[in-house]
Design a protein. Structure first.
Length: 126
């Protein structure tokens, strides 16, 4: 009986922890700064479009901010070939990566504005 209770409690805890981590993504946008400064990615904007975590966090991106920008192939050419953001930003699922440059590229000024007015999490890196 005791063992069964412990098993049940453990299973419930695992479920609750699992649900909590499945739902939590960073509120503040991630701003890439390599190779160029100021490419904005907002979880909120993307989640509001009804996308699921798995669409990006299976093979496209890891759950670690600024991991992808450590890869030498995190460049426009890869996006045009359908990698990274280009898996969706291809003109059918979302606006194509070779259009509306400034929607993703907020530039050095845009990045600075966000980190000045942004959360502590963003400012502690500078
Ligand atoms: C449209 C694509 C997309 C969707 C959908 C998405 N993410 Fe992300 N997520 C990203 C990108 C891009 C990064 C940054 C990865 C990098 O820099 O290499 C990221 C990073 C993260 C991080 C790391 C944050 C940090 O500060 O290190 C977490 C946690 C995360 N995502 C959780 C989630 C969860 C939970 C969901 C679903 C509720 C979700 N994401 C949905 C694209 C997405
Ligand atoms: C799983 C599909 C998917 C991936 C991957 C994805 N996006 Fe998007 N993105 C969308 C959709 C869908 C929209 C909304 C439709 C549209 O605007 O064409 C959108 C919209 C946007 C917008 C416009 C936001 C606004 O305020 O209107 C930006 C900026 C953007 N994405 C940047 C990125 C960047 C940068 C990456 C890669 C780090 C990325 N996205 C990866 C699907 C995706
Ligand atoms: C869907 C989002 C998105 C759009 C739209 C977009 N870019 Fe990018 N761009 C990125 C990402 C992501 C990177 C890599 C991260 C970084 O450099 O901060 C990047 C990097 C770059 C780089 C440096 C790497 C390289 O490929 O040489 C240049 C230059 C660039 N973009 C130019 C452009 C131009 C010009 C346009 C419009 C024709 C454009 N981008 C549209 C997301 C986008």
């Amino acid at each position: 009986m005791t063992i069964r209770l412990i098993t049940t409690v453990t299973a419930l805890l695992a479920l609750v922890t699992g649900l909590a981590s499945a739902a939590s993504y960073p509120e503040a946008p991630i701003v890439f700064d390599k190779p160029v400064t100021g490419v904005i990615f907002s979880h909120k904007v993307h989640m509001d479009k009804g996308l699921s975590c798995e669409m990006c966090h299976n093979r496209l991106f890891e759950m670690q901010a600024k991991k992808a920008q450590g890869n030498a192939d995190f460049v426009m050419e890869s996006l045009y070939q359908g990698k990274y953001c280009g898996a969706c930003h291809n003109g059918s699922l979302a606006f194509a990566a070779n259009t509306r440059c400034a929607t993703c590229h907020i530039g050095v000024k845009g990045a600075k504005r966000l980190s000045d007015g942004g959360t502590q999490e963003e400012t502690h890196e500078h």
